[in-house]
Design a protein. Sequence first.
Length: 364
Amino acid sequence: MLTSAAERKAETGYRIAPECPGAIASFQLPATLGFGLVTAPVMYSCEYDGRHWGSRQLLEYGPLQIYPGARALQYAELVFEGMKAYRVGHEQPNLFRAHDHWQRLANSSARLSIPVLPEDLFLEGVEAMVRACAPFIPRISGRSLYLRPFVYGTEPGYMIRNSTTLRFIVIANPVEPYASGAMSVAIERKDSRAGLGGTGTAKTGGNYAASLRATSAAGTRGHHVVLWLDAPEHRYIQELSGMNLFAVIDGELHTPALDGTILPGITRDSLIAIARRDGLKLHERRMEIDELIGQIGSGRCTELFACGTAAIVAPIRQLVDADGSAHAPKLLDVLAARLRESLLSIQERRAPDSFGWVREIRIG
Ligand code: COI
């Protein structure tokens, strides 16, 4: 039993604020979680002073102090990740593809010219949260602890340049999947999420800001998400703000190739690896929206689904165009269900992990 803050720091390498144990002990996991509605009562924090990363600590969850002129608020100098820890059927929790999430954060940082957070600090932050939150990592299949690590510029100022100071935070949420039920997807023919040379491949707040107007309009028409098309022509499929798209055409899997505008989804990459392992024919290619609509109409495209860390594998019921025409493939959640189960069985350690994606975090 750790008695003092100094002893706790000596054991973990980071300071654990004295409020944390009480906050964790009094936290109750509700029966219904939703996605992002329930927040863990602690957070990890580490600061960059322009030369060194330091001041590593686990704090009680709460509002951040930030200068109103901070670059993160004024110029969206922010990169983030979304990753999950699982504790289904095993005492010890596990992370999924933690190194790949760090690598993507590093790539996002490079795109915004933000100094890269060292991998050991990234892992310290997420593992600190997994250990602290272990009592309320859901034990039910499909549920998990969603971890949201992010780095943002804290220095105030209006000059358009990088902040010299940064803060790295990890917050966490016990979650159910992001999308519940089959999705209705609105094809966006006017707004654009990302263009070549832009920030579409980076996980940065600005991409999500760009998606808000169309997403809000689609929501008022009863759709769940927006399908983005390429910026100059609105002809080629990109992605669905927080998910990547797959289509089953003539019994084979098709997904848009990573063309420099699409976020390289780690779930997308995992499904591709699983499909190849299972001998499914898979095509990463330029996909035209009007061609796909034609293939749904002719019955060649039998199924659509989306995937992402938050969404896992989510079936799509229909694509709806700007003129209101709906295009519904005849199958729902057939291959998607199979791939979801293959992925979850690795993430939840019900099946062997021949890819080396899963890492156990020992909590005792
Ligand atoms: C994720 O899947 O981790 C995302 O960031 C998507 C977001 C819509 C929750």
